[in-house]
Design a protein around this ligand. Structure first.
Ligand code: GRF
Length: 193
């Protein structure tokens, strides 16, 4: 991707469902001069998502959709994204699977972060499965989103060593620290920065 021109940053929407710690790290990154993106919109499918409070704290527009009817919801979101001139979508702990039609509308412009070394451990309960499998390493991946779950082109990965005493919580926490650094690095990379 290329930043538009001069001082303009690429308008970005972050989709969340939960805590929003990746959202927070993206907001902080976007405020830096070197960032090619600005965070202009936050979309959540969950009224209780703590990330919404982070968005409000930083005075970023937030919108909640319950995804009752996914097709109608996605149409509404696409209109909103167009009105807000959004050119990049970062999924950050977003627990809904976007439809093929939606993804087609933003081809090559949707990124996701996943807490495993993809293509290993796609989907949910990643850390649990990593521990059960007695993996030596886990980590996190930032990738483009395509129609297949957690299968789009990989942008960057960070390996994290699994410790003998790790629980789902300790491993998740250590990986999350790396996620917060990896997402901004992956964004710099796609803009060739
Ligand atoms: C992260 O581990 C992310 O990789 C996964 O869900 C978690 C979201 O955490 N998809 P947060 O909401 O960004 O704190």
């Amino acid at each position: 991707m290329t930043p538009s021109t001069g001082l303009d940053k690429v308008k970005t929407a972050v989709f969340i469902s939960g805590k929003g710690s990746n959202l927070k790290s993206l907001i902080k990154f976007a405020k830096l001069k070197k960032s090619p993106i600005s965070i202009d919109l936050i979309i959540s499918n969950n009224t209780k998502s703590k990330g919404l409070l982070i968005g409000r704290f930083f005075k970023i527009k937030t919108k909640i959709y319950n995804f009752g009817n996914q097709e109608i919801t996605e149409k509404k979101i696409l209109i909103l994204l167009k009105n807000e001139k959004i050119n990049l979508i970062c999924l950050a702990g977003f627990m809904k699977i976007l439809s093929k039609r939606f993804i087609k509308n933003f081809q090559g412009q949707i990124l996701n972060i996943h807490p495993s070394l993809l293509p290993k451990f796609k989907g949910l309960n990643t850390h649990e499965r990593v521990l059960k499998n007695e993996e030596k390493y886990s980590g996190c991946t930032v990738h483009y989103v395509n129609a297949k779950l957690d299968s789009g082109k990989i942008i960057l990965q960070k390996k994290v060593k699994v410790k003998k005493k790790d629980t789902v919580d300790t491993l998740a926490k250590r990986i999350l620290v790396e996620e917060h650094k990896l997402y901004p690095r992956a964004i710099l990379k796609i803009f060739n920065l």
